[in-house]
Design a binder for this molecule. Sequence first.
Ligand code: PBG
Length: 326
Amino acid sequence: MPFPATRLRRLRRTGALRGLVRETRLDAGDLILPLFVTHGEDRRTPIAAMPGVERLTIEHAVEEAAQAAALKIPAVMLFGIPADKDPEGSGAWDDEGVVQLAIRAIKEQLPDLLVIPDLCLCEYTSHGHCGILKGDTVDNDATLPLLARTAVSHARAGADLIAPSDMMDGRVGAIRAGLDEEGFDDLPILAYSAKFASAFYGPFREAADSTPAQGDRRGYQMDPANGDEALREVLQDVEEGADLVMVKPALPYLDVIRRAKDATHLPLVAYNVSGEYAMVKAAAAAGYLDERATVLEALTSIRRAGADAVITYHAKDAARWLSEMD
Ligand code: PBG
């Protein structure tokens, strides 16, 4: 019914009416907080491009995880920064490695909090690529057993989800087989399925010390221009056994989130990455944007696009703001 019979403003008149017809809700229960865990003791090191985010030694990571849990955030994602790196990235599957120790420490204190270690070699390889090198290129098939081995190591340490972010072809299947062989057939895989070669990862690479020494990641991460190919990545991971799929980054790829959700009907996770965080923090610090309103709008938009859960460095702030609104 056209205007004037239909007046869409009728349902916007009061807060109560707007609340009644609101289609998307944001809840602390939908958020996942990433943490950077480093070796050593009793250190918190700020990350310049990510105000409010620090590299943490294990005891401080446990503190942060406890704060997240107290704010009703159900999960933390862990990135390890090891003391030593080598060409293979062997620190990734060290049962006494920094991430494995952090998983155990967090699960011991907070058994109900979900712990999701990021599964990739780039923080552990001396060259900074996400797999082992053959000449100048990353050797896909030779990397797969190393990823499976790392997944089993995460599982033994007590990880609740296995989250491969490397973008090798066939890794979800290889990891599923490796886990099942060791008796971890109950452990779900959250696949970074559509991960784009993005400039928005810049601040993360400073945080995780994982910038490739040579070249870039465009030989394995996706071209930002490709939406159909993103769906092929997602569907292939589903076929190989992914239980949840991820789109990353989030805000520049809301269309991909929607398409992946509609194509799979699987639980979908979106990663609101370091550069997305840095932009909001910088603009807010300059007085150009209202941080709270911007963050809540951005996270709601990611949910509206089709994400069930959002990995975000804003998680603690957002959870606090949401609890104040109740
Ligand atoms: C590691 C990994 C990266 C991010 C998450 N896992 C960096 C990369 O692929 O270069 C980026 C996260 C962020 O920017 O917040 N493979």
